[in-house]
Design a protein around this ligand. Sequence first.
Ligand code: FES
Ligand code: MG
Length: 587
Amino acid sequence: MSDVRQTGGAGGAGGPALRSRAWFGPADWNGFIHRSWMKNQGVPHRMFDGRPVIGICTTRSELTPCNAHLDTLAEHVRRGVYEAGGFPVEFPVMSLGETLLRPTSMLFRNLVSMDVEESIRANPIDGVVLLCGCDKTTPALLMGAASCDLPTLVVSGGPMLNGRFRGRTLGSGTGVFAMNDDVRAGRMSAGEFFEAEAAMSRSAGSCNTMGTASTMASLVEALGVGLPHNAAIPAVDARRRTLAQDAGVRIVEMVREDLRLSRVLTREAFLNAIRVNAAIGGSTNAVVHLLALAGRAEVTLTLDDVDAHGHDMPLLVDLMPSGRFLMEDFHYAGGVPAVVNALGDLLFRDAPTVSGRTLGEVCADAPVWDDRVIRPLAAPVRERAGIAVLRGNLAPDGAVIKPSAASPRLLRHRGRAVVFDTIEDFTHRVDDPALDIDETCVMVLRGAGPRGYPGMPEVGNLPLPRRLLARGVDDMVRISDARMSGTAYGTVVLHVAPESAAGGPLALVRDGDMIELDVEARRLHLDVPETGPAGLAARRAAWTPPPPAAVGGYQGMYVSHVLQADRGADLDFLVGRRGSAVTRDNH
Ligand code: FES
Ligand code: MG
């Protein structure tokens, strides 16, 4: 049995001094306490000899069904850490599942990021593997880790297998929205609806569409913070466990190389993420998450970068919600490495990755095995498919739309506003026969921003009025300060900033006002004069802010500190990198 070394702890020849030595190195009574209680888990004395201590940060929870299998992956990360001579320690953080959390998981993303940041910093950890996979767990863990800035590597949980129902492919989320329309229009029975539930979610893993979870797992690769094929290997595929073990090996090497997150999360990495997001048809939610993460990483990134660097990108990947295939197909077709390779010089190929090689090197020669799923650059699913950033007197600080999920005929539209003050107001009135609405109208929802809801829920893809659905109307322009699920689709303008609860012009819209959307011109205009008795100035003067959506507790803190969507809806005091130093001992 080796002795605990009192000096060194360099994690290998020539490596950096390890912060875990401050806990486990000393032969004094503090060192005794730090080691002794760990030994109650059967940890041998030799584990405290100066080897890198690797945190495995997990969001495993039975209340986050898409992350419920992460214990298996943690075991394989652990194997890799041991294999490379490290000391793995698994720790949980609050988990955020999209499907159950109320009022919205987004409200808690920043809370989890605090949990992650403080858990890493406060513990004897030299490097960390982030195990995550639902929409918010990925950005939350990355944000917290970025503020701490240790060597960090993400392992995603992987997508569910393809859903199949009565001969049809059923994609997570996307299928629900379509079948909900069918039920509302009387084309599907409740019994069939229940049967479809089990057909859609039939294996461990995250949503199998290119929703937010798959988007963020793909951007993990594009940002360089995960290993190749992190996004698309199905959760239950044995190769996902191999990837987890490889990650365990690699994080130990990263500690020895002192390859910190800040060396990977460069501006080029973020621009690569924006571009890959366009090419995969990724979620609008990526915008708020990338902006928030860039804020933590102290990288300059603005909402306008999303349009400037993403909008002209071609859509190569034909996945639901806007396309035909699912993540399992995407993996068989070559996954993110094949997309990166196909994009060629449209990406910053020299961007570093956690692998120690550049993104270009990692993905060089990655083949496309099915060009129906991943199209060639010369024949994309759609040209210029990235998220567009709109501005105008209705969204002075910007709003976003995903043109690839919208109806081309509505990308330029002028229509009469039908305004809903809250999502409850919408639900209450949308099917009321007395509601004066037709397919040319623009549905406006407010009170659903970060501060107003609170937490900016995914309600922006408002269901269409039942009587219009029955007439075959399949899309209408919708505008809100909310987000929408990455699995949703439609001509939906989202993330309007400032939000209505913060006094944004969305608060001033009235029924009957004319609204002009022109995506090509990037314009979102409320056609109401500034002056005059019903002008915007008069309306603004008469406007009173709504009472705070939450008082006291975390939610009270959230509503008083949350930034607007164009800043990623982070809490103002969490922006930035605070490092991993802890100067005082606990005993
Ligand atoms: Fe968790 Fe979709 S609900 S990945
Ligand atoms: Mg979601």
